[in-house]
Design a protein around this ligand. Structure first.
Ligand SMILES: NC(=O)c1ccc[n+]([C@@H]2O[C@H](COP(=O)([O-])OP(=O)(O)OC[C@H]3O[C@@H](n4cnc5c(N)ncnc54)[C@H](O)[C@@H]3O)[C@@H](O)[C@H]2O)c1
Length: 287
């Protein structure tokens, strides 16, 4: 059965630019009501007015602000059908030379932001009879792709996929979660602002980043693929064929390591923690 978008209530974070803006635009075009959230206030207000959406300023790295966003969305819309935990940021530089504050910044926005956004909307959706759908913008970096120089970003996107997998296991079936894993998309990501107390890139580095980013897929095409994946209820939503090769390379290396070092055979599930926990729980119930 096809998914009906018209009249749905949706919240998008990171909605002032790039993929989040394109998601908002496509959602409005499909007939959804959209609450756009971002930290970049003038752009957010301008784009929301253009699209006929409502907007709220929200810094996703602050769980209390995300909580307020979810509460406001609920009182505004009554029910929330769709949440897009999309806000994210990047910074570049070799890991061995990185500063702890850079790690904290990326993890606060990309990981704590994704977790708190998914959690806040999941708590609302699990109380709704019809549940809801949540999409978190992960990346091809979550799947085994990486380019040297964005190590904290790569690691944060692995963490985002890990969070999505655990949410999928923990949430009731009526709350569906998708991990949206695009590759290079032409957005403003390479120009992402970073706190003034962090090392700043030289203008020539920014210009190079902008030029690379501009070669990406159009944000509208990525957003369309994202929404079509949410409509199908897919967990993995992928867009760029190059990421498949990276995922395959990673998996074949893992596969070969297991074949050589820990092949499947008699008693292979002896240390399987899910079985152990289930058996211990069952034994406790019986006693
Ligand atoms: N562009 C790509 O190549 C690409 C590929 C894969 C995944 N992604 C992911 O897509 C998402 C959107 O990025 P984009 O490429 O559209 O970049 P973008 O910079 O164009 O848009 C990101 C938006 O997020 C907002 N934002 C940043 N920090 C925030 C915070 N703390 N709270 C709220 N909003 C915040 C920014 O103000 C901006 O409007 C990110 O999670 C990014 O990691 C991007």
């Amino acid at each position: 059965m096809s998914f009906a978008w018209a009249g749905r209530n949706a919240v998008v974070t990171g909605a002032a630019s790039g993929i989040g803006l394109a998601l908002s635009e496509d959602l409005v075009a499909r007939g959804a009501r959209v609450l756009m959230a971002d930290i970049a206030e003038p752009a957010l207000a301008r784009e929301a007015v253009r699209l006929g959406a409502v907007h709220r300023v929200c810094d996703v790295s602050d769980p209390a602000a995300v909580e307020r966003l979810a509460a406001e969305a609920k009182s505004l819309f009554g029910t929330i059908d769709l949440a897009f935990a999309n806000a994210g940021t990047i910074l570049n530089g070799p890991l061995a030379d990185a500063a702890p504050a850079e790690f904290d910044f990326i993890y606060a926005v990309n990981v704590r932001g994704a977790w708190s956004t998914i959690a806040a909307f999941a708590r609302i959706m699990r109380e709704q009879e019809h549940g809801g759908r949540i999409s978190v913008t992960a990346s091809e970096h979550s799947l085994g792709f990486q380019h040297g120089g964005a190590g904290f970003y790569t690691a944060s996107k692995h963490a985002v996929l890990g969070l999505a997998e655990v949410f999928r296991a923990e949430l009731p079936e009526k709350v569906r979660i998708s991990a949206f894993c695009p590759g290079l998309v032409a957005t403003n990501l390479a120009d992402a602002a970073r706190p003034a107390d962090l090392p700043q890139p030289r203008e020539s580095q920014r210009a190079f980043g902008r030029a690379v980013q501009a070669q990406g897929m159009a944000a509208a095409d990525a957003a369309r693929a994202g929404l079509d994946g949410v409509a199908r209820g897919d967990f993995y939503i992928v867009t760029h064929a190059n990421a498949h090769a990276a995922a395959e390379r990673r998996f074949s290396e893992i596969d070969a390591a297991f074949a050589a070092q820990a092949p499947v055979g008699e008693g292979a599930d002896r240390y399987e923690v899910n079985r152990i926990v289930a058996e211990m729980r069952a034994a406790r119930r019986d006693s």
